[in-house]
Every structure is written in C-alpha cells, then in structure tokens.
Design a protein around this ligand. Sequence first.
Ligand SMILES: [Zn+2]
Length: 427
Amino acid sequence: MDHVSTEMQLAKGIQIFQAALKSKFYAEKNAGITRPESIEQWERLPVLTRAEIYERSYPQTTDMLTQPLEDAIIISTGGSSGIARYTTYTHGEWDAFVECQAAAMRILGITRQDRVANLFIAGHFWPSFLGLHDCIKRLGAVHLPISANIPIEEVVKLCLQFEPTVMVSLPTLFVFMADMAKRDGFSFNGLRMINYAGEHLSTAAEAHVASALGVSRIKAGAYTSADVGIMGYQCDHVKPGVYHVPTAFQFVELINFDEGRRARTGEPGEVVVTNLSRVSTPIIRYRVGDVATWVGEPCPCGDRNPLLKLGGRAGQDFKLGGGFISLEVFESCIALHPDSLSLNFQLEIEDVGSQFTVVLRVEAPAQVEPVVLAALEKELFEAVPELRISAEKGYLRAFDIEIVALGKLSRSPITGKVARLVDRRVL
Ligand SMILES: [Zn+2]
C-alpha cells in the first residue's frame, strides 16, 4: 500500500479544500475562511458532521456536489441506524475506493486461486455487494456472487456445492451460519479464511465461528465507512482492532475535542477524516464518530503507513439506572451457554410510566431449558449491578428473556444486521 508523508497529505487536502468551494455547501461553510497553508491552519477548519452529510447530500439537495450529477454511483451509508444517508462517487472515484480496498484484501493473502463467496446483501443502494465484486475482479480471484438476499439454506447449499476458500460477510451472518453448522452438522471443505466487515466481532463470537465452521483465519476486512471508504487495513502482524492507515487515500486526524487539539500518540482521540481522492462530493474533516489511538510504533511488516488502534464506536454503551453499560457484558453472559444460545441477540428497553422494562431476545437452535434461562438471568443481574439496583428501587418493572428460532431476530432489510440495542425510552 502506498505511503505518503503528512506534508503531501496536507498538500492534497488543500487541493480538495480549494475544489470544494465550487459546491454550494462548502462555499457557505467555508465562507470567510482563508485557504489553509499549514497543518495548524488546517486543524482550525470546521469539521463535517453526519447531519450535514444527511441534510445536504443528493437527493435532499445537490449542495455538496462540485459538478453535475453524471457518470456516478449513489450509495447508501446509514442503513443500520434507520436513517439512510446517500453519497455520490464518480465512477472514477469509486474505482479508487475499490482499488484501495482490494489492496487491503491482497495484504490479507487473498489470491487468484481463491474462490470468494460474496455473502453481502445487494440492493437499497447498499454498496458492499457491488464493492466486493469489484475488489474480487481486481484480485483476479474467482467470484461466487451468492449474496445474503436469498434464504440462508440456499446460501449454505451453494457454499457446500462451490466450496469457497474465502467467505466475506457480516458477523451476524457468520454467527448464524456457525449456529446452523453446529445444529445440523455440516462443514465447508476448503474454507480457509473468513473476512468480516460492517460490525464488531467479539472474541466470544470469533471463537464460536472458528470452531463451528472449522476455520482458523478470521480477519476484519477493513476499517471502513461508506461516507469516505476504507480508513484502515490489517496485516498479519497487527492485533484485532489495530489498522494501518492508507495515507495516500485518506488523511486521518485524531482530535481531542474536549481540549480542541490533536491527540498525542497513545492518547484517545476522535477520528476526523479527509478523503484525498474524492472531488465530486468532497469529504473534508468528517467527524466519523469513532475513537482511536495512534500506536506510534513501526509495524514489523515493514509497511510505513501508521497504525491506529480503534477504541469502539461511540454509542455502543448505553445508560441504565445511572450507570453506563456495555452490550458486551450481555454477550459475555450469553456466551456462558454455548450449547443452548446463539450470540445473535437483541436488547430492548422501554419506558412504562416512571418505570422501564427490559427484554433480552436471544436466538437458539432448539427449545431452551428453564434452568438455563434462570441461570442466565442470575448471571446478568450479577454482571450488571444496575439491573439489580433498579429492580430493588422499583424502577425496573419487568425483565424478560425471550427465545427465538435461529435467524428469526429482525434484520435490517438493507444490511442484514441485527440491531443489538433497541432503546425505546424517551431520553
Ligand atoms: Zn503491518
């Protein structure tokens, strides 16, 4: 992967800044701001928010475009949160995006001999299926465009028939396939790598997928946002959650917004990204909503692109009874019952008068013994003191665990993700 210096990134960033002024949106946003000439001036440019992208992109307006809408692809970026944002790439910019993504997959060791099962959902402007198609083409590998639009039984049947060596999809789907493999006793000959994207894969889920599908190499495809494309890629030397930044493609800054300065090496900061290849809809200093840390050490692989460690998406934790709780605590408790319960689950919290109710829905391959449910409830009340305290104080009106069949938790029709948290409280 190409490496460029911060000076070069700044120079390219300034070109994008200049070109962006042709759009109504940036002409307004940057009115009165002189062209930045140094990194200090660059860091004083206003950040771009998610709401701005939502409100000013096509089809709402054409305000972010620097050119007429032609020779382009429009993709959706925000399917899982319920509100779709759309963003426009020229076909040339799209090619630059998939070129960078393909380079990341090449580094993971996907070759021309691989048969790659594309298990993303297509449609609704969601770019994953199409993007992977273009990546596989660039890698010269064999594309199995199975998709996840079809019933899972068909997916399994086609994978058994065509024997992919690599499967690419969301963690939700891999957990589901692993649950089925365990229940129905099938395995995939020749499968050597799983490449996931779009969601976090917990340690417990990774272990489950590895053992049930019999694959040891499980890799995050990349750190990507549809708004800007790939922001990080992995090599064989990095730990989970650590990514090389493709400096020729993205200018990534980590900013400490509390103190209004860039984060020091080893100190968490919010990811702010400028895409260096996109001029038709410039993305300048976009506040992605992730927290990360510069590792500050060279990687043994020899790649000079710097390493950042991702600290999780803001908003994965939620507030309950005065404390912040991580969904991973719920997952860890569910993972104590691997023979009875899937790791695909959903937590729903709702206000009822001055109280609230909590429902935990968990997929399971068969009927679950009452003793398992009782044990899980006990473990959750021990692991999450806020549940116990809320119950004691009378705030928690009801806590229920509901079991649903494998694959039956509602999925986003756009991405196929299960919403882990459905918070219906009026905050
Ligand atoms: Zn490396």
